[in-house]
Design a protein around this ligand. Structure first.
Ligand SMILES: Cc1cc2nc3c(=O)[nH]c(=O)nc-3n(C[C@H](O)[C@H](O)[C@H](O)COP(=O)(O)OP(=O)(O)OC[C@H]3O[C@@H](n4cnc5c(N)ncnc54)[C@H](O)[C@@H]3O)c2cc1C
Length: 496
């Protein structure tokens, strides 16, 4: 029988994988193939941290596939050309894949589907990544949603419970000779040359903190979900706001790379509620957590309907915003390195650089500081996050930055400038988060950790801190820079 190709993209898992499932159910032998085609992501090819993740996740997937008798084939270059070549090599007559929703991917997928069909190959795309595909949720007048609450309400109304996740295919076979195809990867037998040749790992090894923090792959995703359900779901409603504690799921890089899907997360939460009941705030916490999954859906919805969203403000008024000159990227560099002299901002930026992840509350604070106190374009922050986050996701990153900048869908109003001292005192009251990422400040009493420049000289001396040497002076005055931001905002309002 002619084989079917299972074309792998950001769906690096075996369970709840409709494309793999359909290929297996067709009864044909299956050839799983990953085509590395970063150019097809347009200007947004995966950044350094994402590439590190992808390498390890592909390795984990190759091992899992081998456990089911399948060999992962890795190819590089134009997707259509690579698939066409593999079709010729294997005699495959069908290709299955799971859909992606970024504008550049949508364009290239249409091209691939049309070309395959024109050549008499069956081409089937499936939904693995979302509860609600972007075109299925519409306002009463048939448009797209620009605000989260009505969007999520419409989602819940349309489909109160998502379909149950699919199991790992029980019976799937490989065609004879699959492991001799060019690009075959089998880590168990030391065959990783095709994966290594993609060059996804950094040449200078900066990834130690990432290795210590994460386990890319489907098994790592499952462990992360179980740990969250056991330890943090019940207290999520409040715990999610405290960066010093593990109060959130940290599933974002696993969800982004498709090592786990939202249907699986949804079902796991429901099972947990059924087992333990929804009293003691557990139900409220579960609802809040599921609505965060809803924000992920909303981000995809907005990007799908507004393809320029990663680059241009959704509210065009903001295109004329008078950003600050930053010769030599002095301000931007200090922000990136976590050397602004504002502890909560610096702690967040260092957590990001060390682990590839940052707590959501702190993402909002560092973003507000960049865009409002430093008055640097949100696109500069978006680009840095893109390169350094292991969960860098075009839709969620654009949504987050345009939210911070006040220019996006359901965004924070521009005049809401986060005060990083107050945010720290409120959400990191003990200063534990700041002390973890800025050990230089750990000797200060908690009440001074969020504003060391306001600490009495004796407290600084007792902690062995000389400002400007052990920890920077603030890069800007928070009050003055806030006023300047509000004045700049008035300027674009007048121009509108
Ligand atoms: C400036 C900025 C940039 C961001 N960039 C990204 C990004 O590139 N990739 C990314 O996945 N998230 C991004 N976020 C959203 C959010 O910060 C992360 O999803 C969250 O911190 C991930 O941690 P978690 O998995 O523990 O989240 P949890 O609180 O456990 O939430 C569960 C899941 O819901 C989704 N989610 C939660 N909050 C949001 C949100 N606000 N928007 C979209 N999805 C959400 C994520 O998939 C997350 O894994 C950004 C937020 C801001 C303010």
């Amino acid at each position: 029988m002619h084989p079917a190709l299972y074309w792998i993209r950001r769906d690096l898992r075996l369970a709840d994988n409709p494309a793999l499932h359909a290929a297996a159910r067709s009864g044909r032998p299956v050839v799983p193939v990953y085509v590395h085609a970063p150019d097809e992501a347009g200007a947004w090819a995966p950044g350094g941290a994402s590439q590190w993740w992808l390498h390890h996740s592909l390795q984990a997937l190759a091992e899992a596939l081998a456990g089911h008798g399948l060999t992962l084939i890795i190819r590089h270059g134009d997707s259509l050309a690579a698939l066409t070549e593999l079709i010729a090599e294997t005699g495959a007559t069908a290709v299955h894949w799971n859909r992606l929703y970024e504008p550049a991917r949508v364009r290239s997928d249409i091209r691939v589907k049309q070309a395959l069909k024109a050549n008499g190959i069956e081409a089937h795309s499936h939904n693995a990544a979302l509860l609600h595909e972007p075109w299925t949720i519409q306002t009463g007048s048939g448009g797209d949603y620009k605000a989260f609450t009505p969007f999520w309400r419409a989602c819940r109304r349309q489909q109160p419970e998502p379909p149950a996740p699919l199991p790992v295919p029980a019976a799937v076979t490989a065609p004879a000779g699959a492991d001799a195809l060019p690009g075959a990867v089998d880590p168990g037998r030391g065959r990783t040359a095709a994966l290594d040749a993609l060059g996804l790992l950094p040449r200078v090894d900066w990834a130690e903190g990432l290795r210590a923090t994460w386990q890319p792959g489907e098994a790592g995703a499952g462990q992360r979900l179980s740990a969250f359900l056991d330890q943090a779901l019940a207290g999520y409603h409040d715990g999610r706001e405290q960066p010093a504690v593990a109060g959130t799921s940290r599933l974002s890089p696993h969800l982004h790379h498709g090592e786990i899907g939202p249907r699986q997360v949804w079902q796991a939460v429901q099972i947990r509620l059924a087992e333990h009941g929804s009293a003691d705030g557990r139900g409220e916490s579960a609802e809040t957590f599921l609505s965060e999954i809803g924000w992920r859906e909303f981000a995809q919805h907005v990007l799908y309907h507004h393809p320029a969203f990663p680059d241009e403000p959704l509210n065009p008024q903001f295109a004329a915003f008078p950003w600050q000159d930053d010769p030599g990227d002095q301000l931007l560099g200090a922000w990136q390195r976590g050397e602004t002299g504002i502890p909560l901002v610096d702690a967040g930026m260092r957590e990001l650089y060390a682990t590839g992840w940052m707590h959501n509350r702190v993402r909002m604070v560092v973003g507000s500081f960049l865009v409002k106190n430093l008055r640097l374009p949100w696109q500069a922050g978006e680009a840095w996050f893109w390169d350094t986050l292991v969960d860098a996701d075009l839709a969620s990153n654009s949504l987050g930055w345009q939210w911070v900048a006040g220019s996006g869908a359901d965004a924070a109003p521009f005049f809401r400038v986060f005060n990083p001292i107050r945010q720290g005192e409120r959400f990191d009251a003990e200063g534990a988060y700041v002390a973890r990422w800025l050990p230089a400040l750990a000797g200060l009493p908690a009440k001074h950790r969020h504003a060391p420049w306001q600490a009495p000289a004796a407290a600084l001396a007792a902690a062995g801190i000389t400002l400007g040497i052990d920890y920077p002076h603030p890069l800007v005055d928070l009050k003055e820079s806030r006023q300047a931001a509000l004045a700049a905002f008035e300027q674009i309002k007048k121009g509108a």
